[in-house]
Design a protein around this ligand. Sequence first.
Ligand code: NDP
Length: 246
Amino acid sequence: MAAEKTTTEGQTTGRSVLVTGGNRGIGRAIAEAFLANGDTVAITSRNGEGPAGALAVACDVTDSASVDAAFTQVEQAHGPVEVLVANAGITKDQLLLRMSEDDFTSVVDTNLTGSFRVVQRATKGMMRLKRGRIVLVSSVVGLLGSPGQVNYAASKSGLVGMARSITRELGARGITANVVAPGYIDTEMTQGLDEDLKKQYKKSIPAGRFAQPSEVADVVTWLTSDQAAYISGAVIPVDGGLGMGH
Ligand code: NDP
């Protein structure tokens, strides 16, 4: 079972935390940050290990039965999930005219419907507890748009409506739901980008650089802290100024 929850200077520790897509990249950094905070952390991915100290559970977010089984396993080990970070995501970039219907629906199924599946499953326990923190990992592209990413941008902007509707439905039950919108973060997802394209991107980012996954993780953990208890339905950019005005 999860460690006893304690509060030190406004920061609660010892919570049951689940991070989807926590075996690498941003999700792994988020899991590491929660572990450092003293929380009890489970990560999911289709197959992969998380950081040392986290329970790694196999889960495909496109499959409801797999999501249900993963939550049951985490609940048995750590108790009901109190903090959910829906981070698992994919890209299948293609210009609109060449994008197949499968390119579109598979990205939406993982990024948007996948988030719905885990959020719906998590909120059952959160409603019983009368508390919970949900963070949806979107992207600057969700509000800014991006050529070749009609599928990805649609999936990521959908998360904003999702978080705001959850906030309206469950805000009075001690549950917050927020969106974090990263810009360009140095992970496997962006490492494959063409070098010239990377230079072009960096020029358009006021900060002049890509970020490290830990810079997203710090914002996610803060959003679940006691200091952020009155923030819900918000979109927090972590993008070096790239998406200003959105
Ligand atoms: P990575 O490609 O490094 O990691 C993606 C994660 O999602 C992996 O853990 C992967 O696990 C998991 N995942 C993908 N599909 C599924 C699935 N069907 N079921 C379960 N897990 C799945 O990406 P990043 O760390 O870069 O991205 C993490 C999130 O941040 C994504 O939602 C992404 O859209 C978003 N983001 C990233 C940005 C960036 O610049 N890197 C910028 C803005 C947003 P596995 O494949 O092993 O199952």
